[in-house]
Structures are given as structure tokens and as C-alpha cells.
Design a protein around this ligand. Structure first.
Ligand code: HEC
Length: 261
């Protein structure tokens, strides 16, 4: 009995001596490599998911207004960054349940709120900068499409926050959007028609202390004017149509975000 009790106590003592010893040598260092706490991972995943929904909501608003942008007869479209913002807020609210106008009082971690606010600001700036392009006189198709909006927003957002946002697909039109190994394997899962709609897939990469998340994208009727049938024929952007159908998976938004400890 006595021996048994000693065996239990002894390792505990050793551990506490070890911690005290290392503290006295190297100051208040955390114990080495326990991995990020579960709560930090969950918060980071939720932030990544909301950022993907917000970027896709912006893409959706651009897609819905494509005919307006490409009207050759109308010069001033009246599609200011404020008009865009109102539509963005509506779409994001219906998809996430979060009201961006009440962000301060929303029950979200501070970092999540800050990131969402930055993404809204960046999206509005891209819209403001695109005004001469959208309002160009006498031109029909102007090339301001969801993917181009998404590319501009993503690159500015990454510069500011260090969080990477990328639009990708299994057969990308733009080679810059080509998937890496992780993205490719998730895109293959998304392409399976039985995959649950809007379900995200994420993983924690131990080496880089980041979280990766993939958010699936689906076609609306508007997308099909370029990505739909007839497969192999040129669309108005000069790319080959993929022959996608309504509601089919069309790729993903890929997020790489550092896990905050
Ligand atoms: C006006 C034609 C047009 C419309 C409408 C359009 N796209 Fe695209 N899409 C393109 C072009 C062109 C690119 C490549 C852009 C570039 O050069 O980066 C692209 C790129 C993409 C990409 C990135 C991967 C790649 O192929 O490079 C995804 C994902 C995508 N589109 C999905 C969609 C979805 C979903 C919709 C509807 C919400 C949509 N697109 C609407 C023309 C269009």
C-alpha cells in the first residue's frame, strides 16, 4: 500500500520541480509544444468560415448586378460603394445570421469582429476604385466579375491581416487559382453530388500553427452565363465554358489563418 502511494506522488513532485526549474532559468515560458488550446482552434475556424461567407457574399452581389455593370447604354450605374455595402450586409445577414451594422454588440470574439470589419472596408474600397471601370461609356462587358472582385479583395485583405483568402477550382481558368494538394483533395470531396451543402472542411497544420479551411461555392443562374453549357464553347470572357449546371459545386474559397493563442 505504502509503496503504491509513493509511486503516485513521486511523478507529481518531479513534474512540479521540472516546471519550477525551467521557469527560473528562462523566465515565464510556456511549456513546449502542447499545441493550441481547443477553444482557440474553434474560434479560429469560426472566423475563417465567416470570412469565407463574407467574401462569397460580395461575389454574389457582384454576380447579381452583372447585367447592370455591362449595360452599354447606361453610363452612370449608381452602384457606389455604399449601395454595394447595403446589399452586402443583406446577403451576409441572410447567410450567417450576423448583422454587420450591429457588429460591436454581436456575440463574437474581438478578433473575429475586427477581421469582418476589415473585410467589409476592403470590399468597399475595391468597389470605390472600380467606379471608372463600371461606369465606362459605350462598352458592354467590362470584365468586373465575381472572380476579379474576389481576387482584388483577397490580395488587399492578405496584405493587411496576413490571412490568406483564395478562390480555387479543380480546373482553374486562372493558373494563379490552381489548388495545392490539400485544396485539391477537398475540392474532390466537394465535387461529389452527395456532399452536404455548405459544409466546410478544415484542418490544423501543426508546423505552421495555422488553420486551413475550405468553403464550397455553388452556381446560381448568373454564374452559368459563363461557367455553364454548352461545355467547351467560349463565354463572353473568352474562356472555355465548363458545362456546369444550376446548384452544382463550382470550386471553393480557401482560407489560411494563423491560430491565435
Ligand atoms: C462573366 C463571366 C463569369 C461569371 C458570371 C462568373 N464567372 Fe467565375 N470566373 C470567370 C473568369 C473569367 C474567371 C477567371 C478570372 C481570373 O482571371 O482570375 C473565373 C474564376 C472563377 C473561380 C476561380 C477559379 C478559376 O477558375 O480561376 C471560381 C471558383 C468561379 N469563377 C466561380 C464562379 C461562380 C460560383 C460564379 C457565380 C456566383 C461565377 N464564377 C460567375 C468568369 C465568370
Amino acid at each position: 500500500m505504502v509503496r503504491y502511494a509513493l509511486m503516485l506522488v513521486f511523478p507529481v513532485l518531479l513534474v512540479s520541480i521540472g516546471v519550477a526549474g525551467s521557469e527560473s532559468v528562462s523566465g515565464r515560458e510556456k511549456p513546449p509544444e502542447l499545441g493550441p488550446p481547443l477553444q482557440a482552434i474553434q474560434e479560429t475556424e469560426e472566423t475563417a468560415r465567416l470570412l469565407a461567407i463574407l467574401l462569397d457574399s460580395g461575389r454574389y452581389v457582384i454576380n447579381e448586378n452583372q447585367d447592370l455593370f455591362d449595360d452599354p447604354k447606361k453610363e452612370q450605374k449608381g452602384f457606389s460603394s455604399e449601395v454595394f455595402e447595403q446589399q452586402l450586409i443583406e446577403v451576409f445577414r441572410s447567410r450567417s445570421g450576423i448583422d454587420l451594422q450591429e457588429l460591436q454588440s454581436a456575440r463574437l470574439p474581438r478578433r473575429t469582429k475586427e477581421m469582418l470589419a476589415v473585410l467589409v472596408t476592403v470590399s468597399k474600397k475595391v468597389l470605390a476604385a472600380a467606379q471608372p471601370e463600371i461606369n465606362r461609356k459605350g462598352v458592354g462587358f467590362k470584365g468586373f466579375i465575381p472572380a476579379i472582385f474576389g481576387l482584388r479583395v483577397a490580395s488587399r485583405f492578405t496584405e493587411i491581416t496576413g490571412v490568406r483568402l483564395k478562390q480555387t477550382a479543380l480546373t482553374p481558368r486562372n493558373p494563379m487559382n490552381a489548388p495545392d494538394a490539400f485544396e485539391r483533395s477537398v475540392l474532390q470531396e466537394f465535387a461529389d453530388p452527395s456532399f452536404p451543402r455548405e459544409k466546410v472542411i478544415s484542418e490544423v497544420t501543426a508546423k505552421s500553427k495555422s488553420l486551413r479551411l475550405m468553403f464550397p461555392l455553388y452556381t446560381t443562374r448568373q454564374c452559368l452565363t459563363c461557367h455553364g453549357e454548352p461545355k467547351g464553347e467560349l463565354d463572353k470572357t473568352g474562356h472555355l465554358r465548363e458545362g456546369l449546371h444550376l446548384g452544382q459545386n463550382a470550386g471553393a474559397i480557401s482560407v489560411v489563418i494563423p491560430i491565435q493563442r
